[in-house]
Design a protein around this ligand. Sequence first.
Ligand code: NAD
Length: 483
Amino acid sequence: MSLPFAAELLLIGGDWRAAEAGETLPVEDPSTGAEIGRIARGRSADVDAAVAAARGALGGAWGGLAAFERGRLLALLGHAVRERADALAALEVMDVGKPLTQARADAIALARYLEFYAGAADKLHGSTIPFLGDYTVYTLREPHGVTAHIIPWNYPMQIIGRSVGAALAAGNAAVIKPAEEASLTTLAFARLATEIGFPAGAINVLPGLGEEAGAALAAHAGVNHVSFTGSVEVGIAVQAAAARHVAPVTLELGGKSPQLVFDDADIETALPVLARAGLQNAGQTCSASSRLLVQRGVYPRVVEALARTYRGLRAGPAARDLDLGPLISAPQKARVERYIAAGIAAGAAVLARGEIVADAPAGGHYVAPALFGPLTGAHVLAQEEIFGPVQVVLPFDSEEEAIAIANGTRFGLVAGAWTRDAGRQHRLARVLRAGQVFLNDYGAAGGVELPFGGVGWSGHGREKGFEALYGFTTVKTVAARHR
Ligand code: NAD
């Protein structure tokens, strides 16, 4: 299968060109393991050129646009993405191995982010501040300048939408480093932006390896803000690199997010959400609900229903749009299988597993979903982010115990609680350590409008919603004395 555009080119200053060193990297279809194309292998010389192009755009056509004009361009881009949602989804199916329905949802989410930030661009403003009588004081909300966006492979379109969409709305010029495993929809997005007339240099795209293009970008002295979404380990390295030139960093890292199910919950409503929130994108979701805490009174009923669901799950080629597609790569599959084996070795019982369809290509990276339980909060499978189709069930007796287990990992991204007790709902909302708390629901992707981010090892800073615009701007105070 050939790709619909020249994917081996990168975008710098409005110019689609080969990487300076002329090198490329393979694009693999995770459903088959086959190479389906090549992308550019950007390196530090390309990073230098991209940062210079972004700086030039700020001093030129892009920087000269009024806020409402930036909003209009973002609205046009959102419209173009919405119109091409099927084509973008088809690219994600072959690049990420995402089942078609989930890939299409990502494309629509990208359009929604662009529409949201299009509307917000001219509603972001400073304030006037009462001060001494002979002063007029006001604040200006200004873009950082050149923003770097380092993107993981699991939700390229959604993360481009929430991070690049907000940065552009606020007037920054973006340099995007997509993941080497999944660059195609980012390249397609940038092609649409070029077509609808984004000024040259406002959006630059540099595919390449993390340790080459990514590291060079994070360390570049010309970058004024870094938005990183990915693993804890790399996030720490990116923050350290940015610290050398004192650039602010937003870190969107991993999670081990719990859902708490109390005896008084509406179990029938909760059940489909419990499993789905852990298995979306084959569990390769930072906000996946990988821990299910269930109170003893409903434990047998919940576990029996979950096990039934798991036994009916099927993993197979992404284009067949089954419950799960493959994992992104052979190393990711090996990592998940290592965790499953280690969990069993550490005494975890498998409650149920789904299946891999019999005709799934042998070269694809499939893992049958696995449900474990009952576990304690300290078990390795209940502590570490597996990033695959694995959920664990942990029984609890009291609300205090549930809170201790829920808060008992180093992560804090999302939490969900199912209970009809209104007092408990609000107690939990306050004490659960997470950037988002859902009551009687769980949204693994949250929502475009809802601020999102972590505490602890899940990161810091917020993206999504209006809040993101504060992160992509800085405040200048102007104090004018009347004389
Ligand atoms: P990763 O950290 O390996 O890679 C993320 C990005 O960083 C890629 O573009 C990669 O090329 C780049 N990179 C790698 N090494 C680098 C370096 N030394 N310097 C600069 N950049 C470098 O993560 P991944 O495996 O692609 O994604 C999985 C992880 O991302 C999981 O831990 C998951 O929880 C997390 N994640 C978090 C969120 C969130 O919003 N909190 C969303 C999606 C994924």
